[in-house]
Design a protein. Structure first.
Length: 617
């Protein structure tokens, strides 16, 4: 007897389960299915996304429905159109050997009369979003006065989305004698209100830690200066070359801005927020599903429908106001049995929020360090080596080999490897070379020079301070691209500012920008010369740089530019890369993780029935 048979399921379902390839029930299925099959009872089930809740209610529901009757007997409410369609499709697969059983999906944004027609033909099970359901009830297009079972799926999300009133209205159109099965990842106050008001002595099951993120999610935080959020984000991405992530911002504006900057910096990124049209959002989601977008920057509201299983990282660019929201965010990763990482970028002053989340979720965060530029270079180097190793040889190159061999003649294996690796490595190396540590020190917040982005954060430019003695290092926005080498640039500066031969030193010309030094006494002259200074109609800008005197980090887009560089990666290399980069990370003094097993089952104080739930920190 298989484990599914032991749950008491009929042969037609067992056959469908075999076809689906499910080998054994998940925990929520194992707990919920026997209860629902054996008793007629109300049920509250708390389980994270990706734990198999659809089958947990779907199997018993299908078994209990009388498919010979055309009456609507089961209603499933679900928060979004996407989830609604997903559940409908799953139920159709589960019930493929159940003759005469019709499952109909009802959701906004599609023809209401077409949906009404499908119901007229007989729908024993309706899967609906609350808004459209209410609409159809009001128009008399659907009759739910005889249902036996009502499932509230993702109840917390539905209530989060403001469907409380709609749900109450809908439930008031259903018979009192029906049984209600409520499934939710978390149990905020609104959900317990619904449970109290509409359910009778529900049995309760909990999978994993109540109110906590899925146990397969590792929670990490990184302390940086407030202005370093963006460069920190870039480093986290560069440390995880195969990242497939959702990045959460608090506002639509930040969401758009961060996405734009990532795109500008060459990442495969996209924005998802409420100011986009439905059509635009669909396009973004499609690209994300196809992994053309690796970094989806989203608001909490817009991210609600995301049903993508293999998200490797959730990055909290900013922490949300409410702890429940953090649970929703981190639940986007670690789904369907895969492990995931939820990263939080915080400032020192936000640390108490981390503590609050730890308490509420009964989980522990790892304090991690933003990798240094050199660590990232190392990771990228290994990534590249692995990528080369795993690349399938395209037979078409055969034709070009004689010519290529001519070009590369006389280079031995060792040198060739060095050269190949340098092609890509140099971009990161040039960019990260000599950049500073982003982790805040006891001196409090500081900002990293030499990384693009933080200067355009809009909160006023954070000019470096001019020292009182010694020499000053400057950044200037001309470089090799503008036909300068160090001699030409030195001459140009000397002549334009009116300085002597020895006054300009440590000139370092990069591709699209350069650095140079003068003694402090000349700094005013240098800076005033280059206010509103144009050459050939183009502004030439000079700013004081915080780079260490001798060098200067890359500021241009050339380094760290990953445009197209990750195309064609194989998913098999993903897990390998992640574990490797994690072990590289762990060098950075992690707090060791100790999690006592008994703390996991305990109720957070926002637990079911608790008075206070929308917790602020
Ligand atoms: P939830 O509703 O809890 O987020 P789903 O019901 O959507 O989770 O299930 C997540 C994924 O796991 C789906 O792709 C589903 O087909 C699969 N799944 C569900 N139950 C099992 C099982 N017992 N064995 C293998 N895969 C399963
Ligand atoms: Mg679900």
């Amino acid at each position: 007897m298989t484990k599914f048979e032991a749950l008491g399921l009929d042969q037609s379902l067992l056959d469908a389960i075999t076809d689906l390839g499910f080998e054994s029930p998940s925990e929520v299925q194992e707990k919920a299915i026997p209860i629902l099959l054996e008793n007629d009872t109300d049920l509250v089930a708390l389980a994270q996304t990706g734990t198999g809740k659809t089958a947990a209610f779907g199997f018993p529901l299908i078994q209990k429905i009388d498919s010979k009757s055309r009456t609507t007997q089961g209603l499933i409410l679900s928060p979004t159109r996407e989830l609604c369609l997903q559940i409908t499709n799953e139920l159709k697969l589960y019930s493929k050997y159940e003759k005469g059983l019709n499952v109909v999906a009802i959701y906004g944004g599609a023809s209401i009369s077409e949906q009404a027609n499908q119901i007229k033909r007989g729908a024993q099970i309706i899967v609906a979003t609350p808004g459209r359901m209410k609409d159809m009830i009001n128009r008399g297009m659907v009759n739910i006065s005889k249902i036996d079972y009502c499932v509230l799926d993702e109840a917390d999300e539905m209530l989060n989305m403001g469907f409380m009133e709609d749900i109450k209205d809908i439930l008031s159109n259903t018979p009192d004698e029906k049984f209600t099965w409520l499934f939710s990842a978390t149990m905020p106050r609104e959900v317990s209100t619904i449970a109290k008001k509409f359910m009778h002595n529900p049995q309760e099951i909990t999978v994993g830690a109540k109110n906590s993120g899925a146990t397969t999610v590792q929670h990490e935080y990184y302390i940086v200066g407030g202005r370093d959020r963006y460069p920190a984000l870039k480093r986290l991405a560069d440390t995880n070359p195969d990242i497939f992530s959702v990045i959460f911002c608090r506002t639509k504006r930040d969401t758009q801005r961060v996405a734009e900057k990532l795109i500008e910096d060459g990442y495969n990124a996209g924005a998802l927020h409420g100011d986009l049209s439905q059509n635009q959002r669909d396009l973004v989601m499609n690209s994300f599903r196809k992994k053309q977008i690796q970094m989806l920057v989203a608001t909490d509201v817009a991210a609600r429908g995301i049903d993508v299983d293999d998200i490797t990282h959730v990055i909290n660019y900013q922490l949300p106001d409410e702890i429940e929201t953090y649970t929703h965010r981190s639940g986007r990763t670690g789904r369907a049995g895969k492990s995931g990482v939820s990263m939080v970028i915080v400032t020192r002053s936000e640390l108490r929020k981390i503590k609050a989340i730890e308490n509420k979720l009964q989980t522990e965060f790892l304090a991690k360090k933003i990798p240094t530029g050199m660590e990232i270079c190392e990771i990228q180097l290994y990534h590249l080596a692995n990528k080369i190793k795993n690349t399938e040889i395209n037979e078409q190159v055969e034709n070009y080999l004689p010519a290529i061999n001519d070009v590369l003649e006389g280079i031995d294996r060792e040198e060739l490897i060095k050269k190949i690796v340098s092609v890509e490595f140099s971009r990161f190396h040039d960019y990260y070379n000599k950049t500073k540590d982003l982790n805040t020190t006891d001196r409090g917040e500081r900002s990293e020079r030499g990384e693009r982005g933080e200067r355009s954060e809009g909160r006023g430019r954070d000019k470096a301070e001019i020292p009182t003695s010694g020499s000053v290092r400057y950044f200037i926005n001309v470089g090799e691209r503008d036909d300068y080498d160090w001699m030409k640039l030195k001459d140009f500066l000397k002549d334009t500012v009116g300085l002597g031969q020895e006054d300009v030193f440590k000139v370092d010309v990069k591709e699209s920008f350069s650095f140079f030094n003068t003694d402090v006494e000349h700094s005013e002259k240098v800076l005033s010369t280059f206010t509103e200074f144009k050459v050939d109609g183009r502004f030439v800008n000079v700013e004081v740089s915080n780079s260490p005197g001798g060098g200067g980090g890359g500021r241009g887009r050339s380094g760290g530019d990953r445009r197209g560089s990750d195309r064609g990666r194989s998913s098999s290399s993903r897990s390998g890369d992640r574990s490797r980069s994690r072990s590289a990370d762990s060098r950075g003094g992690d707090r060791s993780r100790s999690r006592s097993s008994d703390s996991r089952g305990s109720r957070g104080d926002g637990g079911y029935g608790a008075k206070k739930s929308k917790r602020r920190y």
